[in-house]
Design a binder for this molecule. Structure first.
Ligand code: BGC
Length: 533
């Protein structure tokens, strides 16, 4: 095996790092305008450090018209005034480092904003120009028919006319997401050079790593052929093989890895690679990204056999390519796990158990803000929804993006904004205070306490060399739907995913998401960490 840990090299910090995802506009509002920002995040850094995580991934705060809440970037090397200033970012980075927290930023290389200067220049320069060659511009089949049948991930067609009605400019441009997010043309080497400068800009500042947005989509099949399945709407990326997982994309990540490795300490790349595990693993070969998110458990129900099968598949990929999985049960695009796992008390128990499970698995893990509070998905009133995916495709991701509740008492915004600030950008439910950070801190049995205890124990087990950063795992299912993943010969993770309480393998339960039964069994919908004798 070669892989991310080269033969004879010590395991690296990032291999089992736990990273806390901050969605800045919903984390904490420092300037009292109803939208979270860098000033708010700065004041709450000690809270994140107190969880015991290794770092923070911040979703985009760069200048953007905010059509897709920042994933439509108009300047990759700036800070949107909505979130603050570059001086505040520098202060934040220094403060995070002083607290021992690494900072990962989001880089969005598949598309930019239609207000990006290079796209504006392309529109102005007209057909056949080098400016247009930075993007995918092409003549339609006729004035009303785009160059091919590709569908946008957000719904509707993936092409828009540049100048509708113009006789001289009959070109269309490609946007896999909304029309305000034109796709870069990665077959043009100038695009690769541009993004290398972007990487270096943030790495030179001391940013520790980058999360790469829709990392598998940059290259489109040569000649932009029709998709076989033209009917797919919101699943455009997965059902259109021509816009995803093209072989040429790997050269981009080899180049980015060389850039990341040229820094000291090394910078880290983690990809949003939404592919089946065997294909996703190819992005973490030893000279490409360090990690790619393992989203498999997001798509599977609460089913031990299905989890064990995927775990085994990811373990095989780790053995072949070296990179252990980077688990994520939630992020800003995904329905909160409490709700996905059935909602109510049962969904809440399963979400706690799921979180304790991924923190006990080999590899890295991401915690999405509010997951430590076991927040459920919120059913946002129709007229308050802002997600472009809702407006174009009828699917809303707003319910996972509600401003975080910090205090029990409302004070209008449960501590998200200062008193007297305007209503937050998405409405908070009335009972939000009972789910707040303050409420969790006051309850020794809360999910927040479970997370801090788990992360503390995880560190101790690493120090005692019971766990290693580059561990693998052996998966199985025991009677009654008990999922087991064994790491080495001293530690195992168990999750009771069936309807009955389960006997645990011999050993000491050092942490559990729910109390054991009086008979010492693991109750349904609970997870346990067990140390073998
Ligand atoms: C981001 C989404 C965004 C999309 C387009 C995703 O994977 O996580 O929030 O809408 O990329 O940039």
């Amino acid at each position: 095996m070669s892989g991310s840990t080269e033969e004879g090299q010590k395991p690296r910090w990032w291999q089992d790092a736990v990273i806390y995802q901050v969605y800045p506009r919903s984390f904490a509002d420092g300037d009292g305008d109803g939208v979270g920002d860098l000033a708010g995040l700065l004041t709450r850094l000690p809270y994140i450090a107190s969880l015991g995580v290794d770092g923070i991934w911040m979703t985009p705060f760069q200048p953007s018209p905010q059509v897709d809440q920042g994933y439509d970037v108009s300047d990759y090397c700036g800070v949107d005034p909505l979130f603050g200033t570059m001086a505040q970012f520098d202060e934040l980075l220094a403060a995070a480092h002083a607290l021992g927290l690494r900072i990962f930023l989001d880089v969005v290389p598949n598309h930019c904003s239609s207000e990006h200067l290079l796209f504006q220049a392309a529109v102005a320069a007209g057909p056949g120009s080098p400016e247009r060659a930075m993007f995918h511009f092409a003549k339609g089949r006729d004035a009303d028919t785009p160059p091919n049948n590709w569908q946008s991930v957000f719904g509707g067609r993936a092409w828009s006319r540049v100048n509708p009605g113009s006789d001289t400019d009959q070109e269309w441009y490609l946007h896999l997401f909304s029309p305000e997010q034109p796709d870069w043309n990665w077959r043009n080497p100038a695009v690769g050079d541009y993004f290398e400068d972007v990487l270096r800009f943030w790495f030179d500042k001391g940013v520790d790593g980058l999360r790469i947005d829709v990392a598998h989509a940059l290259f489109k099949a040569d000649g932009l052929p029709d998709a076989a399945n033209a009917d797919s709407v919101v699943d455009g990326l997965r059902s259109n093989l021509h816009v995803s997982d093209q072989e040429e994309v790997h050269e981009v990540y080899r180049r980015w890895r060389r850039v990341a490795d040229s820094y000291s300490p090394e910078r880290v790349l983690v990809g949003e690679v939404n592919l089946d595990p065997d294909r996703a693993a190819r992005y973490t070969r030893h000279d490409e990204m360090h990690q790619a998110f393992a989203f498999a458990f997001v798509k599977l129900g609460w089913n031990a056999a299905a989890w064990a099968a995927v775990g085994t598949e990811l373990e095989a990929a780790r053995r072949e390519h070296g990179a252990a999985p980077t688990w994520a049960l939630e992020n800003h695009d995904i329905v909160r796990s409490v709700t996905r796992f059935g909602g109510g008390e049962r969904g809440a128990m399963r979400a706690r158990a799921g979180l304790l499970a991924v923190l006990g698995l080999p590899g890295g893990a991401y915690i999405y803000q509010g997951q430590e509070l076991n927040l459920p998905e919120v059913d946002v009133p129709l007229d308050a929804r802002v997600d472009p995916m809702w407006h174009r495709g009828g699917v809303s991701r707003d319910g996972a993006r509600i401003p975080l509740p910090w205090t029990v008492d409302s004070g209008d915004t449960f501590g998200f904004s200062s008193p007297g600030a305007p209503a937050p950008w998405l409405p908070t439910p009335e009972a939000w205070g009972s789910r707040s950070v303050e409420a969790h801190l006051n309850d020794s049995g809360s999910t927040l306490h479970l997370v801090t205890t788990a992360l503390e124990l995880r560190k101790q087990l690493r120090e005692k060399e019971i766990l290693a950063a580059d561990d693998g795992g052996t998966w199985r299912v025991e009677n009654g739907g008990l999922l087991i993943c064994e790491r080495g010969d001293q530690f195992l993770l168990a999750v009771a995913m069936g309807d009955d309480a389960c006997h645990l393998p011999d050993g000491n339960v050092v942490l559990a998401s729910s109390p054991l039964t009086p008979e010492g069994l693991l109750p349904p919908d609970a997870a346990a960490w067990v140390l073998r004798n």
